[in-house]
Design a protein around this ligand. Sequence first.
Ligand code: DGT
Ligand code: CA
Ligand code: CA
Ligand code: ZN
Length: 577
Amino acid sequence: MPRSNDAVAGMLQEYSELLAISGRAPFKVRAYEKAARTVAGHPAEIAGMDAKALEKIPNVGSHIARKVREFLDTGSVTELVDLRSRVPEGLRTLLTVPGLGPKRAHQVYEELGITSIEGLLQALHGHVLRELRGWGAKSEENLAESLRDAHSAGGRVQLAFALGLATQLLDSISRIPQVRRAAYAGSLRRMRDTVGDIDLLVAAQDSEPIMTAVVGLPLVARVLVHGPTRTSVITTTGMQVDVRVVDPSVWGAALMYFTGSKAHNIQVRELAGRRGMKLSEYGLFDIETGRLVAAETEEVVYAELGMPWIPPTLREGGGEVEAACNEKLPEVLELNDIRGDLHTHTDLTDGVATLEDMVAAAKARGYEYYAITDHAPLLYMQRMTTAKALAQRQRIRELERRTGIQLLHGTELNIQPDGSLDWDDEFLSTFDIVVASVHSQFRQSRDEMTARVLRAIEHPCVNVIGHPTARLIGTRAPIDIDLDAIFCAAARTGTALEINASPDRLDLSGDLVRRARHFRVRFAVSTDAHAVPHLDNMRFGVATAQRGWASPTEIINAYPLDELNPFLAKQRHGAPP
Ligand code: DGT
Ligand code: CA
Ligand code: CA
Ligand code: ZN
């Protein structure tokens, strides 16, 4: 997993944003932005490359290569640090305003002297922004809307971002000599789709040296609390991290407590009470004798309470405690149940990697099968044509012979506002798998939207509805649609609903998966990968399926190919390929 690529891409992206907000030439801004995207999607780990090898990466010239090398060697870039210090703090916070963008942030700063989010809101509500060059009432409304959407995410961050940050911190913390164990807990361990703050748990005899080391970590920007059992810091990314140090002997009880959720903890504690015991972060105790019953591992604590260990993704207080006590916990989907990815792109449309690179990566993951589902002609900017699709099919068949992995030639259709699709039925029936998704016109009425998606579900060639609610976490609300009608029709017609594993989508969400399961819907957990590293997002999709209590029997890409194929056959007319 090329982690260094993500870090470098982040650095280049920040650089481009700082250039933009400083009012530098647009071509320079774009160069860094393009380099960031290419690096993020580059299939090989770039950490070990020298400047010359770096320059061979598309969109990476000598200047950028030098900065990347400096970043990899020293962990920072002098010119970036310099640029950061020259952009006022208030102006930098404008960069975090969704829907504003660096160019406009620079504009409101220069022309109106706005240096804070409050100032921006004032100008917005006073209808001052619409008077600016290049704005107008429409831009003003759009900004207001982005702000409303973001506010509903409540200052939380996406799961993948929190996981990346937690992993980096744990990496540093594990190097502190006195540390016996360290792990993340809280909503991150439960894999909620957004995370408020990161909770880290550390096992050590003595907390003092740990906390001292933690507040000194380079990622720490500000210390909120520096105590012996709990330390809270704000990282340079703006995210809060709570660190607790416990004695190794109570690791299990503490991990259980700080994993939560609060609702789960309350239910488990009540259960303990009914059995004459008391549960806290220090362990499970017999109330009468005060004797410690269990604390060392989560397994023994749950076992003493009369339950099997409950996967963290289920710990939301949604009936899992009762189910566990009655031996009714689901056998949830695990990452190694996944036999293939059913929604992926290549550079034939908007992916950044070649067909060959994507397939090689899929094979390296040990997948039994793999579907290529590039966009279809109605998404005009992708310039897909029938001829290109057929040529791709040819390449796929050859590649299949060479590599031995079963390849499905698919496509991702665009569900038009009236529910019609790309291509005619005859051509559609020649694909091995068809995904259909809403990619535009998100604001139809509920009735129109429901009819639109139902028509796609009823189509005999459509196997999967991609990212069914079209939400983008923190930026776009879900479409307004009668989901029960969708679930009912999907189950009846043998159309799977996607659990899109991309961290900005996680669509369907865990809650919706759980609701859909009552209708006996089948699901496809897919990454929608546009680059090789995106294939790793499968873990977020699996976690989302778990949060919906889904078992492998309900997930079509956990089926072996000879069970998947009859599902994909649906009710197609026309000759199969
Ligand atoms: P977040 O940070 O908003 O994404 O959500 P969490 O679940 O990580 O919540 P957080 O960070 O406030 O607390 C971490 C865990 O600590 C939480 O999941 C359960 C436990 N916890 C915190 N406060 C309480 C409480 O008042 N009662 C109980 N029983 N547990 C608590
Ligand atoms: Ca938390
Ligand atoms: Ca916390
Ligand atoms: Zn896609």
